[in-house]
Ligand binder design. Sequence first.
Ligand SMILES: [Cu+2]
Length: 129
Amino acid sequence: MKKIVTVTLILFLAAGVAFAKPYEVNKKAGEYSVSIRMDRNPPSVGSNNMEILITDKAGKAVKDAKVMVDYGMPAMPGMPPMAYKADTMSHGNGYHTVLNISMKGPWYVNIKITSQGKTVSTKFTFDAN
Ligand SMILES: [Cu+2]
């Protein structure tokens, strides 16, 4: 019985990745920790809400930064590279923006953070569904 419960739990956990949980990426940008969450998991064609939380070395939320996002898809057969820019808005302890994903496949996201005259950035990629 215990074994069945364990197997069921593992299956549930494996399946659980596909629902309810946001897509989450944690990165470093200079001295900052950057936590990125997207509401669609995996990110999908259409509008994807993105929240960006930036914390300093002391673990304190950085709320006074200018945060710019540029994102796009590298060139692929029959398609020139696509590149977009998105401003972010202050939202709670972090920043909010929306990515408009127009095509399935590999996308990159660059997050540029300017605070107190200094700019740092971080990059990640995902496969859009
Ligand atoms: Cu493409």
